[in-house]
Design a protein around this ligand. Structure first.
Ligand code: PLP
Length: 381
């Protein structure tokens, strides 16, 4: 059977060079970076090297990088840690944020903050006028993602950050889906904080980072021995951090090839989807090159995902993090998509290992499955 992975926005296979770099830190190099002896010093140097590699991929300085265990943790640290330092006001986040941002903002309501989502248009783009209007009220923090995990739609984060800064407010961006897929530059984005994660770029799961403006006051979520400048205590996951660092370097080297390869496959895919009258969400907006989120009227997304899985294709019916729920995608509802059509959504997220042949065969299988499901529902009617 085919076994084709089309779910790179959920996670990616670890690069063998990354795994090789990590293995010594799990086998023989067992130092704690806080220890003074040679083992500790070696681990500390390895973490420092990874910090420089992550910073370089983000257009930041090494001393701006705070390592965490996941993008989820980094986003929690950003929302709770930054807002927690500000007087309790609004926490504004786009209506298409990942739940680790929106739910962190909502959790802060218990501490007197007000969580408010900023509407998006039919293409999933944040409405700058609405943000400007919302900013008139006292605001503790604004968080707008750079690239959406479901649609791939890119936000004008630098432009929005200008609005936020003009009001003297603080801006965070979740760049988890952007790292390794588009050029990423912390300074040009003009934000105060930015989240990135390792396992989306062929690095290991269990490492991520919050990139911070050094002048920003922020309180930790985890207190302890004072690692990561006191912002994230706990002995570092040295192997995963080493892997994350190398994955960043490799992704930066491969960026031009990644973009042209995935974009040409997506163009091929979407030509076939258009011929099937699929609705491609966010297709009028600038998007990540590798992502296509679409629906075929009258076909249930979850059923199609399972049918394609039986044919050997791994695709998603929305965000993997909420795949146990049958609710339609909140991202699509925020874009004003009808509930029935939203229930049909499936996401293909491509990677450099994917090929023209895989996309062509996928389109054939997709057409067959659509025909079969339509026949079944006609018989049931
Ligand atoms: C946009 C976005 N933010 C945050 C996360 C969470 O990152 P992690 O899986 O490292 O916790 C994800 C993961 O899917 C994501 O797509």
């Amino acid at each position: 059977m085919n076994s084709v992975y089309f779910d790179h926005n959920a996670t990616t296979q670890i690069d063998s060079r990354v795994l090789d770099a990590m293995l010594p830190w799990m086998r023989t190099q067992s130092g704690n970076p806080s220890s003074r002896h040679q083992f500790g010093r070696a681990a500390r140097e390895a973490v420092a090297q990874a910090r420089a590699q992550v910073a370089a991929a983000c257009g930041a300085q090494a001393n701006q990088v705070v390592f965490t265990s996941s993008g989820t943790e980094a986003n929690n640290l950003a929302i709770k840690g930054i807002a927690g330092y500000q007087a309790a006001g609004q926490i504004l986040y786009s209506a298409v944020e990942h739940p680790c941002v929106s739910r962190s903002a909502v959790a802060m309501q218990a501490h007197g903050y007000q969580a408010l989502s900023i509407p998006v248009d039919s293409q999933g783009k944040v409405d700058a006028t609405q943000l400007a209007a919302l900013l008139k009220q006292p605001t503790s923090l604004v968080s707008v993602m750079l690239a959406n995990n479901e649609t791939g739609v890119l936000q004008d984060v630098a432009g929005l950050a200008n609005l936020v800064r003009a009001q003297g407010r603080i801006m965070h961006t979740d760049a988890v889906q952007a790292l390794g897929k588009i050029v990423l530059n912390f300074n040009e984005l003009n934000v105060h904080a930015m989240t990135v994660s390792s396992h989306k770029i062929h690095g290991p799961q269990g490492a991520a980072a919050l990139i911070l403006d050094k002048r920003l006051d922020i309180q930790p979520l985890i207190n302890g021995g004072g690692q990561e400048r006191g912002l994230r205590s706990g002995t570092e996951n040295v192997a995963a951090i080493v892997g994350f660092g190398l994955a960043c370097e490799l992704a930066s080297q491969d960026l031009a090839h990644y973009q042209s390869h995935t974009l040409s496959l997506r163009t091929q895919l979407e030509a076939g989807l258009n011929a099937m009258n699929a609705v491609i969400f966010g297709s009028q907006a600038a998007r990540l090159p590798n992502t296509s989120f679409f629906a075929i009227d009258g076909i249930e997304g979850e059923t199609l995902v399972m049918a394609l899985d039986r044919k050997g294709y791994a695709v998603a019916s929305g965000s993997a993090c909420s795949s146990d729920s049958t609710e339609p995608s909140a991202v699509l509802l925020a874009m004003g998509v009808e509930e029935d059509l939203a229930r049909g959504a499936i996401r293909v997220s491509l990677g450099t290992q994917n090929t023209v042949q895989q996309v062509a065969a996928f389109l054939q299988h997709l057409q067959q499955e659509i025909n079969r499901l339509k026949q079944l529902s006609a018989m049931a009617a």
